[in-house]
Design a protein around this ligand. Structure first.
Ligand code: HEC
Length: 409
């Protein structure tokens, strides 16, 4: 049913819209609180238990914020919590993962020249990696090493690089990067859900009961917050990376990912130091630029396919290739799309296969049936600016092909 493809496309857009909004809310409030925390000033007149204060101006008024370390002597009547931003970012992100990578596993998750997986196997691997990632991370933080801030950070970095390599050994480059982002973001959200908020609740319960809360809960939460702080920027890079094939689909993509984590640290370090009013460490920008140039250079090495090339079509591909309209549709695609959507594009100005969407062989065309339908049949998004003069009649052929193939059993 073609209505399904249209509904799916809109569901995907809705989920993405929601995900970006919640992520802005989460990361925005997180950046705000980190800067606020670092900028707090100790003054003599502060109330008992207060650790620092800051004056801010925004939206036509002045804000006077005071931070109580551990807790104030008495519980305020109303307390605003910051947690749903994080929870909904994770939930909507997981929904996107299901829609794009589980729903489109054959196309986006599995690369049979990397590892020959069935969709259910790939999906299980994906889910297991996210769950195990959190457990490993959490145990490392709780181990004796957890008291050593730098030692722990270095170990976590090694885990992340190992995951970067591991994901590129099982999934498409695109899915590998996305999963690395999801892996990291799952740790960040779980930090909020499993550690930071529960610890805060213990403190609040102690206060209400009239007990003095243990300072250790605040310290643990602070360590997890620090990790989240340094992981934020790389996660955004990974989430956006699927638009940039040079980052995700070249030979050293996992090394690129490893360097991206370092760039996240160097950039955040500049902001952290500046917000703490401890000077402006310009050297961090120099390091960032050097890392970025290194990444650009690494991305010039093309991907070498080592695995067996898949020659037989999957059942989904067969369904679209066997349809009576296929030959006509394929001729349209080869005449109007393949000059750009090729391993070596021949269209002037197009240097890489756009979005890694190859439309040359029957198998490639069949596997992108739904995308062709949405991009060039139902809409006029492709070819860009109709540079290859596709006619309305040809678009109808593409539409007829998809709708007929999905209508058949
Ligand atoms: C002039 C070169 C050119 C031609 C011809 C062309 N495309 Fe594209 N195509 C691109 C570029 C560039 C992008 C990446 C756009 C972007 O980055 O958003 C793209 C992206 C796509 C995508 C991925 C969209 C996404 O957002 O994931 C699909 C699918 C696609 N094209 C299908 C087609 C089809 C079908 C045709 C023929 C009817 C076609 N293209 C013709 C250049 C071309």
């Amino acid at each position: 049913m073609y209505e399904y493809a249209i509904a799916w496309e809109w569901l995907s857009f809705a989920a993405r819209w929601f995900h970006v909004i919640t992520a802005i809310a989460w990361i925005g409030s997180s950046f705000y609180f980190i800067a606020l925390d670092l900028g707090l000033v100790k003054r003599p007149h502060l109330p008992v238990g207060a650790h620092g204060e800051e004056w801010q101006v925004h939206g036509g008024g002045f804000y006077h914020i005071q931070k109580y370390l551990v807790a104030p002597a008495q519980m305020p009547e109303h307390l605003t919590w910051f947690k749903y931003e994080s929870y909904f970012t994770w939930l909507s992100g997981f929904l996107m993962l299901c829609i794009v990578y589980y729903g489109g596993a054959d196309l986006f998750l599995i690369d049979r020249s990397v590892m020959d997986l069935e969709p259910w196997q790939a999906i299980c691997l994906s889910l297991a990696s996210l769950a195990v990632g959190w457990i490993v991370y959490d145990q490392l933080c709780k181990s004796p090493l957890g008291n050593n801030t730098w030692g722990l950070m270095i170990l976590l970095y090694i885990v992340l690089v190992a995951m970067a390599w591991g994901y590129t050994q099982v999934f498409t480059g695109r899915a590998a990067f996305l999963h690395l982002g999801a892996f990291t973001a799952t740790i960040m959200s779980a930090n909020v859900f499993m550690i930071i908020i529960p610890n805060q609740k213990i403190v609040v319960a102690d206060l209400i009961a009239g007990r003095t809360p243990d300072a250790k809960y605040g310290k643990i939460a602070k360590q997890r917050s620090l990790h989240n702080n340094y992981l934020t920027l790389p996660v955004i890079f990974f989430m956006l990376s699927n638009h940039y094939p040079l980052a995700i689909a070249t030979q050293f993509n996992w090394v690129i990912a490893a360097l991206v984590f370092l760039m996240g640290v160097t950039i955040r370090h500049w902001f952290n130091t500046t917000h703490a009013r401890k000077g402006k460490p310009t050297w961090t920008w120099l390091v960032t630029v050097i890392l970025f140039i290194l990444i650009m250079w690494l991305s010039t090495v093309p991907k070498v396919l080592t695995g067996e090339m898949e020659t037989s079509m999957t059942s989904v591909q067969q369904k679209f290739a066997a349809d009576a309209h296929f030959t006509a549709a394929r001729d349209v695609v080869q005449a109007r799309c393949s000059m750009c959507h090729a391993t070596e594009p021949v269209w002037e100005g197009i240097t890489f296969t756009p979005k890694s969407v190859k439309l040359e062989t029957d198998a490639e065309i069949a596997s992108h049936a739904r995308e062709i339908y949405i991009q060039a049949g139902r809409s006029h998004a492709m070819p860009p600016g109709n540079v290859t003069d596709i006619s309305p009649e040809e678009r109808r052929l593409l539409t007829a092909w998809y709708e007929s193939a999905v209508a058949s059993k």
